[in-house]
Ligand binder design. Sequence first.
Ligand SMILES: *Cc1c(COP(=O)(O)O)cnc(C)c1O
Length: 459
Amino acid sequence: MENNIDWQKEDLKYIWHPCSQMKDYEELPPIVIERGEGINLYDIKGKCYKDVVSSWWCNLLGHCNPSIVKRLKTQADTLEHVIFANFSHKPIIELCMRLSKLVPKGLTKFNFSDNGSSAIEMAMKMSFQYFEQTGFPQKKRFMALTEAYHGETIAALSAGDCDLYTKIYKPILMDIIRIKAPDCYHCPYNKTRDNCSCECFCDCEAQFEKYGSETAAILIEPLLQGSAGMKIYPPLYLKKLRGICDKYNVHIIADEIATGFYRTGKMFACQHADITPDLMCISKGLTGGFMPMAAVVTTDEIYQAFYDDYLKYKAFMHSHTYSGNPLGASCALGVLDVLESGEIQKHLIEVTPYFNNLIKEKFLNLDNVGEVRSIGLINAIELVSDKKNKIHFNSKLRLGYQIYKKALKKGVLLRPLGDVIYFNPPLIIDKKDMDFVVNVALECTKEVLSELSIQSLKV
Ligand SMILES: *Cc1c(COP(=O)(O)O)cnc(C)c1O
């Protein structure tokens, strides 16, 4: 029977895919994947796609990584799930014992959920309740940066500032205090990332002066604003932020959902600036992309503000059904097995400069490449219509989407953010695959740009 099924047709009959205009699927039907191995995905016809976006940034160590698979299989035969109020299990305890040695110093308590957005909401609630219970009830508001991305549920979406996701929902979103994010490519002070003193921090100072006393926490994507187009800013900004938050008694909620687990070259991005946030949200890389799991990691000080006799009603009455799921915990242990062996770090030291130089070399001299930037293995190429004046293409041209479609034909899964082409591959990618994916991205970019200039000659 299986042979007669048209999987793409059946998919479209039932499934409403995430973050998609479903009408686009008329032209580009869903690619039905059969299996994965390393950075490769294979569809039902056997065609291979190099997954250089780590399947939405979560696949850390390659598809079907054997260390993780082994842990998961054993766990599935032992215990799949148990209620996490009053009950516990060894994998989650071991996970916290091991993770606590790797998180920024001073973070000691773990509260689990099952996706990044829910971790963000949990951190916001914790911060608010902390101030309610420590004599600062006026601290009810939150700050976040322009172009931030913190997830899709209502509070997380409120903290975010990408019009494409938030605009229509504005009437039902929270009123967030907005701080102008560092924009190094268009630096208003004409500095570069390595010679600046984060002059742009003055906007943050102004907002703290105005609203610091009524603010519970600021949410921030440390060093890398991912969905904004892989925008990268210097660690000094975080150091300054730690200073001003201490001054105004405001929590830092570090959203390390995309940046954690060596994506930026260190275990967590905050460690580049040597700061400890008050609350840190982790997900994506946590289970290597195997199971939905997230956590808020926080300080003893925050934990203690909830710790009292039951009838004082100070507990954090927040739960998710799958909190602390054993299958997720066992996958996370598989990730730590690999990270603690030190192999990945050695591999990264060898291949990161190769990858980053290769991309600069191939792309930087193109007429329509405004900036090539990198942190860890993450590389972003920003396309512009006018390089000298840093002017973007009309977004209606959907350049990124044209490049995406061409690259798929050639067996590479890129997924540009607007006109920013980026690579965020599993950390195990080798030099041969780097050569291949960069060449495909370059060919596709050149083809799309030349088609565009032919088009514009015609009109
Ligand atoms: C992916 C992401 C989220 C949201 O996580 P979900 O699991 O998709 O809800 C939040 N913040 C950042 C920085 C992310 O990259």
